[in-house]
Design a protein around this ligand. Structure first.
Ligand code: FE
Length: 201
């Protein structure tokens, strides 16, 4: 025996995520658990703090400190916490994957759009698109070429599928001719796409 479906169930499921989130917010506010002002304040603080400069700082440190690089690749969350990003990475396990001349890494979330937002900033719309999510795994070389990143046929490409529990950060290859640069200058070279793997740096 199955219960008759709740009349609004289908309508509810088909609502866009933003509308469902808003509905949840309204219920939490109506229950007296928080206020619009509190939610706005929290989101403002979160987004002010969530930027690719965070991921770039981690990369610059890995480029200049071999031991830090080893720790980062062994345990991304602990290494991020070392640089003060503990609170930003507390809700998931961070895994750093390093590019080398013979190996390139790229991240995707085939299910939705999981991504270490606090270290990379808000995800770009192409990252959330069905086209990227479906093609990145099947034909990564073509997808990367679409970003203007033409890798030699000898370069192996590893695609990492993020989940809400495990999120990835790509450590690009340090560009040649950057020996004299300070860590902040190195960090300025790193782009969000570089941290996703759709750009070289
Ligand atoms: Fe996701």
């Amino acid at each position: 025996m199955t219960e008759p479906a709740e009349p609004h169930a289908h309508q509810h499921e088909s609502l866009p995520v933003a509308a469902r989130v808003r509905r949840l917010e309204e219920r939490v506010i109506a229950a007296g658990l928080t206020t619009d002002a509190e939610i706005d304040e929290l989101l403002t603080r979160f987004y002010a703090d969530a930027a690719p400069v965070n991921g770039a700082r981690i990369v610059a440190r890995a480029w200049t400190d071999e031991e830090y690089r080893d720790r980062l690749l062994a345990d991304g969350s602990a290494a991020a916490a070392e640089l003060g990003f503990g609170p930003q990475t507390s809700g998931f396990q961070l895994r750093a994957v390093a590019n080398t001349p013979g190996r390139h890494n790229v991240i995707v979330c085939t299910l939705c759009s999981c991504y270490p937002l606090s270290l990379l900033g808000p995800s770009p719309s192409w990252y959330r698109s069905l086209a990227y999510r479906s093609q990145a795994v099947r034909e990564p070389r073509a997808v990367l070429a679409g970003f203007g990143l033409d890798l030699p046929a000898t370069t192996r490409i590893d695609v990492w599928d993020s989940t809400s529990e495990i999120r990835y950060l790509v450590v690009p290859v340090r560009p040649a001719g950057t020996d004299g640069l300070r860590p902040d200058e190195l960090a300025a070279l790193v782009t969000r796409n570089g941290l996703i793997g759709t750009a070289a740096v």
